[in-house]
Ligand binder design. Structure first.
Ligand SMILES: Cc1ncc(COP(=O)(O)O)c(C=O)c1O
Length: 440
């Protein structure tokens, strides 16, 4: 009997061999590498000539490089992914972290662990991205929308308490814009009712709540590294973390139940159903790539600086905008809360401003200020009606979400602005609000 390998889904890890698995896949050629470089760094407007000259130089250098180098032997689930997972687990203070195609895949695995099935209920905030509820809807679970807190637009724990039933299997707090949800009351409810908590930390990698990293307070935490997030793994990517022993099964649960630690006769791995909280489940394929992991490893090193810059921009905006009566600025960090400043939550008091946020949004757009048009209350979308939900009745149970969406809030971006851009942004909001107050 061969020695038991650690459980891994790192298939085709043949190591050094005369004819290795890597030799079987088609290698990446020189022209394809140049294609990638050109894609990642396109010519800046008006600089096409210099760009072409520079690309020629890079091409010549890469031609030299291929003479002394060899193509990567593994592109999926290899050392880079392993390193990233170890680094993310350490950073988060989680026992386990797994790198996935996206955050939504993380939700899927966590729900599969919880044994979510048709008829079960999942409580989510009324305001979030549709990804939060895609898996529950796909298995016929009932999505229950909790109203939001008027100040943060995060899930209101008091409304969650009202909406728990014996069928509630999962609660999904969403840290909207990177601002942590008040998790203590939610974890208390979860404990009382034996509910699995899956934190939607799509915006909140690096945030913390009462000294613990976001994602590690619920039973699972999922993060997104999609291109719009604070850091990205080349456009798509996600991490799921947990402190449950179940995390040992992550390898299998992201990759079809393959279990290379066990061999069946005449074959190099077994395939197993994965043991969740209430029974077995059959996982999908959510494997991500080495190149994406490499990119995220590098970006993780910059995360602290990135969050600090965003925080500074938010502080500047708060400083300027809080001078204006009628503008409600978002909460910043305190000793318990460390946000990731993914988005800037701008709210107004429509009575003081004499108009609602729809008018403000238009004025900002006219001034060339792009807002994040992402977070409508979920009961507004056709999908729930199509699936037979009484969306009017749901809306009636979420008065804060409805009011905030129609009249009060928009999200501004918070990326690495130039000083001029940041000042322009604050001026634009202040001028627009002044105009609205003047009835213009
Ligand atoms: C709140 C929220 N949850 C989940 C997701 C899904 O993330 P991903 O695209 O990585 O699956 C997003 C993506 O924007 C999001 O905004």
């Amino acid at each position: 009997m061969s020695e038991k390998k650690t459980v891994s889904d790192f298939r085709y890890n043949s190591g050094e061999a005369k004819v290795s698995w890597a030799a079987i896949g088609e290698i990446i050629r020189q022209d394809e590498i140049i294609g990638l470089v050109k894609f990642l760094m396109a010519p800046a407007g008006g600089k096409e000539k210099e760009y072409d000259a520079q690309v020629e130089k890079v091409e010549a250098e890469i031609a030299q490089l291929v003479k002394v180098g060899k193509p990567a032997g593994k592109l999926s689930l290899g050392n880079q992914v392993q390193q990233l997972e170890a680094k993310a687990a350490k950073f988060l203070g989680a026992k386990y972290a797994t790198f996935l195609t996206n955050c939504t895949a993380g939700f899927e695995i966590a729900h599969q662990y919880a044994g979510l099935k048709a008829g079960d209920e999942v409580i989510v905030p009324a305001i979030t991205f549709i990804a939060t509820i895609a898996y529950p809807l796909s298995v016929g679970a009932k999505v229950v929308l909790a109203d939001v807190d008027p100040q943060t637009l995060n899930m209101d724990p008091k409304d969650v308490a009202r909406k728990i039933t014996p069928k509630t299997k999962v609660i999904m707090p969403v840290h909207i814009g990177g601002y942590p949800v008040d998790l203590d009351p939610i974890m208390k409810l979860a404990k009382e009712h034996d509910i699995t908590v899956i934190e939607d930390g799509a915006h909140a990698f690096g945030g913390s709540y009462k000294g613990r990293m976001i994602g590690t307070i619920g039973h699972f935490g999922a993060f997104s590294f999609h291109e719009v997030k604070n850091i990205t793994s080349l456009g798509e990517g996600g991490i799921l973390c947990t402190n449950l022993d179940f995390g040992e099964e992550f390898g299998k649960s992201r990759f079809l139940g393959l279990d290379p630690s066990k061999q069946i006769q005449n074959w190099l791995y077994d395939v197993v159903a994965v043991k969740g909280k209430q029974g077995l489940f059959v996982p999908g394929n959510h494997s991500s790539t080495e190149v994406q992991a490499l990119c995220l490893l590098a970006q993780m090193d910059r995360l602290e600086t990135i969050i600090a810059k965003r925080k500074k921009a938010a502080e500047y905006l708060n400083g300027r905008l809080s001078q204006v009566d009628g503008i409600i600025t978002p909460m910043l960090d305190d000793e318990n809360i460390k946000s990731t400043y993914h988005l800037y939550l701008l709210q107004i008091d429509p009575q003081k401003v004499g108009a609602d946020v729809q008018a403000l949004k238009k004025k900002l757009q006219d001034r060339g200020v792009v807002q994040i048009p992402h977070f409508a209350p979920l009961y507004k979308f056709s999908v729930l009606r199509q699936l037979g939900y009484d969306t009017d009745a749901i809306q009636a149970t979420c008065p804060v979400a409805e009011e905030a969406f129609n009249h009060r809030f928009t999200h501004l971006p918070l990326y690495d602005f130039t000083d001029d851009q940041l000042k322009y942004l604050a001026d634009a909001v202040i001028d627009a609000v002044k105009e609205l107050k003047a009835g213009k």
